[in-house]
Unconditional design. Structure first.
Length: 584
């Protein structure tokens, strides 16, 4: 018997084992933690990964997996050794949740649609409370399933990864099972309440309608999760939010805050902000409509790729693509991320020039759609679509996808609109934790705004920032004449620091605020920020570089300030340290 079958046989003997039970609940007290040197501390905690560490130790293959209680550590361990794949393998560790950090099992069989696993700290009914070791049948294309760690078994490993077909130590099989599989009953696919992802809900609650809608529909998407939460709120609260179904905006936020206050007794700061995992769990229980897990999401902090930019590149010649300027707003930057994603998921190099979407990139993208996403016919060829590009970004863990700013004709038809202007409804209001100094931000903004860096800009914006926001990039003015919501707009979920008329500051934490409040380090209103937005900068009004760059473009246009800022203090009083403050 090889190492693979020995490991699977060891885990098979534990199927049916249950953790301790006390005070009406299973309690995570189990036999595995004390039996693994170095993991004794993990007793009474989630133990799915501890069970795997125990099994590898008992099977005599301890060196083929990390000794850890952390799923994320195990994912990183396999990735660092080049032993991670997005395809199943016999004896592979299969990881679930965002970045694979939430749950783990061991694959003993797989086919085109399912991975059959042995998992600890799970259950038979699909609820979020694990209680023992079970056989599971997991849909391979469930967004909850992240990827696989491939142990380096002495006999090699059998895998469905087409990128490993001809590599030593790997045997490619589209479907396979271990020798132990025949002795294991076939688990049924879970028939339980649907899952919603707290990560997906957090993302939806902090992004504008346009980006939510761009994330698409279909099984396991953000839209599905938001729709379930809206249905649950209607059932529990007796009222439906007026937002479109599947879109988490002001009305859904307001009804969720009512649920917090009236049903959970959460007040003050606890009654505002994005839904927490525990609050979602409570809503799921009270409505009996869904379970909650962390799940996957368009992870905050990852760069954006514009679908429009990628489609433009895929439908234009190499010469036209090469003629585009560089920088973060260029199609080249987005195409380079797509190429990186293809190389990571498909385990092969892209032969095209980096950042240029030509025949080799197209061929590999088509193969990704056919072999990974199982698209067929016309769905598997042609320009990238939102669904496939989003899947690539999530599977590679490299980028998020939005429709982006249109390929514009304002630059003479040469490519992507270089002006940077955005729709005011694309502006976001997320709390920003900037790095660097005010001088750093002014220098970066100068480059983004296309002005000549100089001491005039530095001196002027240091003066204005002190007067407008006391140097706080997250400042939001809640009381002056701008603090209103004009026709055609709605209140927004804001995560800045609210300045009140009496001088008090309150952490908004997602509270609904008027759309037109002055915000950011130099107090732009969203309409001005959008109109003067600098290409390549964030659409978050609280990003100091983006806010300063927009203000630079504004004073240049409105007041005729020179490109080097030499007449800034003369033209705009608020930027002159030798004159009293004055709105600009």
């Amino acid at each position: 018997m090889g190492q693979t079958d020995t490991l699977i046989a060891m885990e098979k003997t534990e199927v049916g084992y249950h953790e301790g039970f006390s005070n009406g609940h299973y309690n995570n007290h189990q036999k595995f933690s004390p039996a693994v040197p170095g993991l004794e501390w993990s007793q009474d905690q989630s133990w799915c990964q501890t069970f795997q560490s125990w099994a590898f130790q008992q099977a005599g293959v301890k060196s083929l997996a990390p000794v850890t209680a952390s799923c994320q550590t195990a994912v990183d361990w396999y990735k660092s050794r080049g032993r991670f794949s997005y395809y199943p393998a016999i004896g592979a560790m299969v990881f679930f949740g965002h970045s694979g950090g939430q749950h783990v099992g061991l694959v003993y069989k797989y086919d085109a649609d399912y991975a059959y696993t042995i998992e600890g700290n799970t259950n038979a009914n699909g609820s979020s409370e694990g209680d023992g070791v079970y056989l599971k049948k997991r849909a391979r294309r469930d967004s909850y399933l992240y990827g696989y760690g491939l142990p380096k078994f002495a006999e090699g490993i059998v895998t469905a990864d087409p990128g490993l077909k001809n590599k030593p130590g790997y045997t490619y099989m589209a479907a396979a099972s271990s020798r132990e599989s025949d002795a294991l009953p076939v688990a049924e696919v879970e028939e339980a309440l649907p899952w919603v992802s707290s990560n997906q809900l957090t993302w939806a609650a902090t992004h504008p309608t346009a980006e939510e809608q761009a994330a698409g529909n279909g099984g396991g998407t953000t839209a599905d999760d938001v729709a379930l939460v809206q249905d649950a709120l209607e059932k529990v609260m007796g009222a439906a939010p007026d937002d479109p179904h599947s879109v988490f905006e002001a009305e859904t936020q307001e009804l969720f805050e009512r649920f917090r206050t009236e049903n959970l007794g959460h007040y003050e700061a606890d009654g505002h902000g994005v839904p927490s995992t525990q609050e979602l769990v409570e809503l799921g229980k009270q409505s009996e409509l869904f379970n909650v897990r962390a799940g996957s999401s368009p992870a905050a902090g990852q760069p954006w790729v514009s679908l429009n930019q990628v489609v433009w590149a895929s439908t234009h010649s190499a010469q036209e693509e090469q003629a585009q300027p560089g920088g973060d707003a260029s199609p080249k930057a987005d195409v380079a991320l797509v190429q990186d994603g293809l190389e990571r998921v498909m385990h092969t190099d892209v032969a095209d020039e980096r950042g240029i979407f030509e025949t080799a990139t197209q061929a590999l993208y088509d193969e990704f759609r056919r072999t990974v996403l199982h698209f067929s016919g016309s769905d598997a060829v042609g320009a990238p679509g939102m669904q496939s590009l989003t899947e690539l970004g999530q599977r590679a863990g490299l980028f998020r996808v939005r429709t982006g700013f249109p390929v514009g004709e304002t630059t003479g038809g040469t490519g992507v609109d270089a002006m940077g202007q955005i729709d005011p409804k694309q502006v976001t209001f997320q709390r920003h934790t900037p790095e660097g100094t005010l001088e750093d931000w002014i220098a970066q903004a100068s480059t983004a705004a296309g002005v000549q860096a100089s001491s005039y800009w530095v001196k002027g914006f240091k003066t204005a920032a002190a007067r407008e926001s006391s140097g706080n990039p997250n400042a939001c003015n809640l009381w002056d004449s701008n603090a209103k919501t004009p026709p055609g707009f709605s209140k927004v979920k804001d995560f800045g620091d609210g300045y009140l008329h009496d001088g008090r500051i309150v952490r908004l934490n997602g509270a609904l605020t008027h759309f037109q409040c002055s915000r950011g380090i130099v107090q732009c209103i969203p309409q001005t920020f959008a109109q003067r937005h600098a290409p390549g900068t964030s659409v978050n009004i609280y990003d100091p570089v983006a806010c300063i760059a927009a203000a630079m473009r504004y004073v240049r246009s409105r007041y005729g300030v020179a490109i080097d800022g030499s007449n800034l203090a003369k033209k705009v009083q608020q930027f002159d340290p030798n004159r009293p403050p004055h709105p600009y």
